[in-house]
Design a protein around this ligand. Structure first.
Ligand SMILES: [Cu+2]
Length: 515
């Protein structure tokens, strides 16, 4: 089954109309049936043509201008499997939210309606947008008022696999923030396509039915690199100084799903031998690190967080911190009926997987445990290349204070927990300069670190120098260091934080501003 690339581009503007599971077989049918409608819609919308490549500027939006996309935030119920219906807040009544396909450089107008009782924020994760549009109150983005609407406009980019999600603070309310169903995939179509593949499949990994517990079972030994003694000493000192010697709350989940369906309850991904499938995998978890394996198959990693990697490489397992994306090609060369799923057996048995079924094959889906494998970003980097030296290095030392806030762990960066009341910029950036964030983790947790409105280049991970891997979220291992370089090329308040909802809600944030 081959999707014609041109047809896909043509239906870009209509994708929000395709409701339901977000898997690409649907997309393929849509491509065949609505191309003419999409063309007509584009032609009928002068905003698309007239404002192509214009800078996003809310003030310029004519009152009568038609929105290219509408998102509706509302309480709803989603059926993950028969007997497993969850009540949560979603976009357009579905989980994941509709796959939005935008064109790089072509301005879009989006109307965000909020039918809930609480103010909301939609964050355009991984895109180079203005602070007013980005969807982070910490940066000054206005809320979408409860029972209200906010119209925004921006120029999509950079090209690649992005996503959108709520940026509301949840703290102790597990119905709020990224614990809810407010997440959806977004693809910014590049001007030119690279890579030979037959079809694309978008997979959104997500847990529901959260609850608090003491202690967690987060995978710890899956990242390359070794703990640093100096950071372990810092962590020990913080533990000794804590008033409460117990561990803080963690979040666990009862239900797990891919594209909104538990393993065995969604449509299988139907493939043919010899087909080359490009999987776009999104970890939309609030707190968890996820893995994905397909027995007997290798993933050829082509892009991380939507950005092509310098050295595509084959791996047996994908590992994704919260909010990370991996685009990986799989050559379907091992016929059977397989479970593509998480390595965590409990999570897989409670839904974290999807069946891959070869044409003409039947039977019970099979799972085989892959050999142990450590995830190493530098595998995909430029070998031997040295990144340009930064103009300045910003050191950030991360410390956990056990159960310091009513039983929740508190997080500090250089001794400071982020305060929304103060919103004090930790550092003033100069436009055009290249900065290195040297992140030092004095805790045993893995932190998926996220920089808003900018992409960064990994320059050292797990103790190894690297270059050319460009991301917007990267996992920092327990008691490890991670160097992230970025160019200050998008003025405005810019948020840096751990994407683990429990961490960001309890101090693990820093605000940068431009001088
Ligand atoms: Cu964290």
């Amino acid at each position: 089954m081959t999707i014609d690339r041109r047809s896909l581009l043509k239906v870009a503007g209509l994708m929000p109309l395709v409701r339901a599971a977000g898997a690409v077989p649907l997309l393929a049918r849509a491509a065949a049936s609505v191309v003419n409608v999409a063309d007509a819609a584009n032609a009928a919308n002068p905003a698309n043509a007239a404002n192509a490549a214009n800078a996003a500027n809310a003030a310029k939006m004519a009152a009568g201008e038609k929105a290219d996309h509408t998102l509706r935030i509302a309480a709803g119920r989603i059926e993950l499997a028969p007997g497993h219906v969850v009540s949560t807040t979603t976009y357009d009544g579905q989980f994941p939210g509709p796959l939005l396909r935008l064109r790089e450089g072509r301005r879009v107008v989006v109307d965000v309606h909020n039918d809930t009782d609480a103010p909301e924020l939609v964050h355009w994760h991984g895109q180079r947008v203005a602070s007013q549009v980005d969807g982070a109150a910490e940066e000054g983005t206005p809320f979408v008022p409860a029972h209200g609407m906010r119209r925004i406009a921006f120029v999509p980019g950079p090209a690649g696999f992005r996503f959108y999600h709520t940026h509301a603070v949840a703290r102790g309310d597990l119905r709020r923030g990224t614990y809810s169903g407010q997440a959806g995939p977004l693809y910014v179509e590049p001007e030119r396509h690279a890579g030979a593949y037959d079809r694309e499949v978008f997979l959104t990994l997500k847990e529901f039915a959260p609850s608090f517990s003491r202690g967690g079972d987060m995978a710890m030994d899956m990242l390359a690199g070794a703990p640093l003694a100096a950071l372990q000493r810092l962590g020990k000192a913080a533990d000794a100084a804590a008033h409460d010697q117990t561990k803080g709350f963690e979040v666990g989940y009862e239900l797990f799903c891919i594209n909104g369906r538990m393993l065995g309850h969604g449509e299988p991904i139907r493939v043919k031998q010899g087909e080359r499938v490009l999987f776009h995998v999104l970890n939309a978890s609030a707190t968890e690190i996820r893995s994905l394996a397909l027995p007997g198959h290798a993933f050829q990693v082509m892009a991380l967080d939507g950005n092509p990697v310098p050295a595509p490489a084959a791996v047996p397992v994908l590992w994704l911190g919260t909010a990370e994306r991996v685009s990986a090609l799989v050559e379907m060369n091992h016929p059977g009926v397989w479970i593509m799923g998480d390595l965590a057996g409990d999570d897989r048995r409670r839904g974290m997987g999807v069946v891959v079924e070869y044409a003409g094959r039947q039977g019970k889906p099979q799972w085989l445990e892959p050999l142990p494998f450590r995830w190493d970003y530098t595998h995909f980097g430029k070998a031997g290349a040295a990144p340009p030296p930064p103009d300045a290095t910003i050191e950030l030392t991360i410390v956990k204070h056990n159960a310091a806030l009513s039983g929740f762990n508190q997080w500090t960066l250089n001794g400071e927990a982020f305060s929304m009341a103060a919103r004090r910029p930790m550092y003033k950036l100069r436009e055009g300069k290249r900065y290195r964030l040297r992140c030092r983790n004095a805790s045993d947790d893995i932190h998926p670190l996220h920089l808003h409105r900018h992409s960064f280049e990994l320059t050292r991970a797990g103790g190894k120098p690297t270059a050319g891997v460009v991301k917007d979220v990267a996992m920092l291992g327990g008691f490890q260091e991670l160097d992230l370089d970025f160019v200050a090329d998008n003025p405005g308040p810019t948020l840096f934080h751990c994407h683990q909802q429990l961490h960001m809600d309890y101090g693990f944030m820093a605000l940068f501003d431009y001088a």
